[in-house]
Design a protein around this ligand. Structure first.
Ligand code: PLP
Length: 393
């Protein structure tokens, strides 16, 4: 059957594809260690599951009303933004979405017209360029350098802005880089976009997973100008280990978040009602579950950093946030006889049963992404396999 040009023009998410391939190899009896999954390896905390069950028992099994989000969740989000992000938003400036992915996708569709440009720092989360292309826009890539901790500079952003620039996508802590933007850098980027027509989409879904003690400054909290031009995205997925609940939100300029709600009313009719109650319980409840996860990620980040840097031809910045290490493995390519990160990842999976995501999916072909949302035992065994794989060649 003929498929639309639109569907043919986009690629399947490579991160989901790696997880699916590793799962298939495991089902075939192979002992695969997966560093592909972008989801915490912890269960959703019990009090959140209990809140969802109670909500279902109380009838939260119908369409969410309004489709832009139930009032209890909007007010829990409002409190979260004030408490954790120093942001004051009216509940009318918040729209609940089916996860952070839908939030970003609908935001791009709400903000850009064909031909508009969207600035995307590299490395980037795989889906951003696809969202821009789906909306007929043009991604404009700005390269973060390893010397600058993979961050882009304010001058680079300034230089990338043209008459057609409509949006700047920012994401820190970062997927895939595991890097953080220091508050001084955040403020200087806020200065670079001040007075322009650029709207900033601040994807802050890892805001509670800063691992190196750097202060997290929400982009919208950087200045009054930044507050006015920023739409903040967040979700339950990473903070509360709720990836399967599919729930997130956008907050900011009322016209924009209402635009997202309008699109979503025709796309999904809103996020599952009981998941909305669960997210409200997560935001309003005891936060020690988040601290426990973060503590585990801090320990794993240190181990990943040390073990990866001990491998010949590999060097890696210490992950400062999220749960990803993004080593440069380009120094191994010649010895391994591989042409890039896809080749490297395929050979590693075939010869050592270790799954990683090729960095080319994130715009950097000398790198691969390791998610350390997996046990210390898996990290230990997996990294020993990677070392042996690289060094046997
Ligand atoms: C940077 C970033 N943004 C958004 C998402 C989407 O998350 P979700 O749709 O599960 O909220 C992800 C998921 O991996 C991500 O890494």
């Amino acid at each position: 059957m003929k498929l639309s040009r639109l569907v043919q023009s986009i690629s399947e998410s490579p991160t989901l594809a790696v997880s699916a391939l590793a799962a298939k190899m495991r089902a075939d009896g192979k002992d695969v260690i997966g560093f592909g999954a972008g989801e915490p390896d912890f269960g959703t905390p019990q009090h959140i599951i209990d809140a969802a069950a109670a909500a279902m028992n109380n009838g939260a099994t119908k369409y969410p009303k309004p489709s832009s989000g139930i009032p209890e969740l909007k007010s829990a989000i409002q409190d979260k933004l004030k408490r954790e992000n120093n942001l004051e938003h009216d509940t009318d400036d918040i729209t609940v979405t089916v996860g952070g992915k839908m939030a970003c996708n609908l935001l791009i569709k709400t903000l850009i017209d064909p031909g508009d440009e969207v600035i995307i720092p590299v490395p980037y989360w795989v889906s951003y360029p696809e969202f821009v292309r789906l909306a007929g826009g043009t991604p404009v890539f700005v390269q973060g350098s390893e010397a600058n901790g993979l961050c882009v500079t304010a001058d680079q952003i300034r230089a990338a802005i043209t008459d057609r620039t409509r949006v700047l996508m920012l994401n820190y802590p970062s997927n895939p880089g595991g890097h953080m933007y220091h508050p001084d850098l955040v403020r200087s980027i806020a200065d670079a976009v001040a007075g322009t027509n650029v709207t900033v989409i601040a994807d802050e879904i890892y805001d509670r997973l800063v691992l190196d003690g750097t202060e997290f400054l929400s982009f919208a909290a950087a200045s009054d100008d930044a507050y006015a031009r920023t739409i903040t995205v967040n979700s339950a997925s990473k903070t509360y280990s709720m990836t399967g609940w599919r729930i997130g939100f956008v907050a900011g300029n009322r016209d924009v978040v209402k635009g997202v709600a309008k699109l979503d009313s025709q796309a999904s009719s809103g996020a599952a009602t009981f998941a909305q109650h669960a997210y409200a319980a997560a935001l309003n409840g005891d936060q020690s579950c988040v601290d426990e996860m973060r503590t585990a990620f801090i320990e794993r980040a240190a181990c990943m950093h040390e073990r990866l840097n001990a491998i010949r031809g590999v060097h890696c910045l210490k992950p400062a946030g999220a749960f990803y290490a993004f080593p440069n493995v380009g120094g191994t390519y010649e010895r391994l006889g591989v042409s890039g990160s896809t080749d490297f990842s395929q050979k590693l999976l075939a010869e050592a049963n270790v799954a990683v995501v090729p960095g080319v999916a994130f715009g950097m072909d000398d790198h691969v992404r390791f998610s350390f949302a997996t046990s210390m035992d898996n990290i230990d065994t997996g990294l020993e396999r990677v070392r042996a794989f690289v060094e046997k060649h």
